[in-house]
Design a protein around this ligand. Sequence first.
Ligand SMILES: Cc1cc2nc3c(=O)[nH]c(=O)nc-3n(C[C@H](O)[C@H](O)[C@H](O)COP(=O)(O)O)c2cc1C
Length: 199
Amino acid sequence: MRIIGIACSPRKGKSTFYALETCLQAVKVAAPEVETTLIDLSEMKINGCIACGKCLKVLECSQKDDFLKMIPILSDPKLAGLVVATPVYFGSMTSQCKAFLDRCVMFRRNGFLLRNKVGGVIAVGGVRNGGQELAIRAVQAAMLVQDMVVVSEGQPTSHYGAALWSGHPDGIEKDSLGLETARNLGKRVSEVAARMHGS
Ligand SMILES: Cc1cc2nc3c(=O)[nH]c(=O)nc-3n(C[C@H](O)[C@H](O)[C@H](O)COP(=O)(O)O)c2cc1C
């Protein structure tokens, strides 16, 4: 069983990466046997979907960019869960995140390959209430269209996912409430993934 995290900041190794790392570490604590992989979009070039229609016929894309690396990873039957982590940009996700999600249309068009995969979302804003929940809901909408099983960050906080604040005066490392939601999300994604995909 594998859980993949996608960090959708254009900035390498910054607060979104840290939040996602925290979440995936919590997956390992809850379920050490689960394989976790963090994919950082800041190191990749993924264009927006150009609606060429090629993937209506085959699980292939006409655009030869870094999304091609994602195809075997996301269509692997071992995939049990996907955690998407995005900075909040103008109350929504980054363009890198949107491009990634749009390109995932190929999995829907070729047998709903993401169906029943557990979906968790992390949003990191520069301000405490900068639209984290709006960004989370926008990503969750794309997950629902893929027939994924969207989860909250689970108990005890249990709202819409993990919401963090990078603008904390002492850094995101001191956003204890936000980090708790990231850890809870990792635990919840692994718990539901085990129920749905465990042997
Ligand atoms: C174009 C742009 C728009 C932003 N819009 C918001 C926003 O609406 N709400 C918010 O809280 N922070 C906003 N921010 C701040 C980022 O969400 C914040 O700096 C975040 O930590 C960036 O993630 P990173 O450190 O992983 O790159 C914005 C930043 C940029 C560059």
